[in-house]
Design a protein around this ligand. Sequence first.
Ligand SMILES: [Zn+2]
Ligand SMILES: [Zn+2]
Ligand SMILES: [Zn+2]
Ligand SMILES: [Zn+2]
Length: 229
Amino acid sequence: MTRQTSKGVCTFCHGEFSKSAMTRHLETCEQRANTEAKAGSRRKAQKIRTFHLVMEGRDLPMYWMHLEITPSTTLAALDRFLRATWLECCGHLSAFEIGGVRYAVDAGIDDGWGMDEKSMRVRLDTVFSPGQTCTYEYDYGTTTELKLRVIAEREAEAKGNAIQVLARNTAPAILCEECGKPATNVCSQCIFDGKGWLCDDCAEEHECGEEMLLPVVNSPRVGMCAYTG
Ligand SMILES: [Zn+2]
Ligand SMILES: [Zn+2]
Ligand SMILES: [Zn+2]
Ligand SMILES: [Zn+2]
C-alpha cells in the first residue's frame, strides 16, 4: 500500500477535506450551521451538551470518523454503532479501555480469566470529558483496534439521533499488487505480511485460493476474519 494523504467527506456540505483539516472544517461548516439552525427553529429549542468524538484504526489511521454523540448514550450503544458501521463479522467480543478501566461487552459473565471488567451499560458522560482518549478492541483473536478521542464538548439542539456521523474518510485507493489496477479483493492470509491486494482478474490466480479472499471495503477491519463490509 502506498502512502497517500487521507481525505474524508463532511456529512453536511459533502466537501472533501484532508484528515488534518476536518476538525476545523466541522467547526466552521456553513451547511452544518444551517442544518442545525433549521432543526432548532422547528421545535422548542432544547439545548443539550454533546461530545465530538474522533476515532481511527490504531494501525490503520487512514480509516477515521467524526461523530457527534449525546451524553446519555451508553458505551453499549456506541459498541453497537461501531459494529454496525465498521466492524461486525461474526459476533466477536469487544471492549473499551478508558483510563485503565476495561468495559467489556460480556462483563459479569465469569469466564475464569479473573479479569476485572465493567459493564458497557454506562453513560458516556460518566466516562468521557474533552481531551479524554480511549481504545476499543473488536475480536480478541484477530483484533481490530481503534483509538478514540473526545475533541470537544459543545452545546447543541437536542436531536433524535443519539449518534450522528459528522464526517468519514474517503476509501483509500489501493492498487492490485500484480497489475496496478484498483484492488477489489484482499487475501485474509497474505494481509498479515502486508500483501494480498488484488484486482478481480489477478485474484483468480492467487495461490492461497479463492476462499481466502475478502472484498476490499472502507473499514479498519478490511481483510480480517470474515469481514465483508
Ligand atoms: Zn461541511
Ligand atoms: Zn469474525
Ligand atoms: Zn491485478
Ligand atoms: Zn494469499
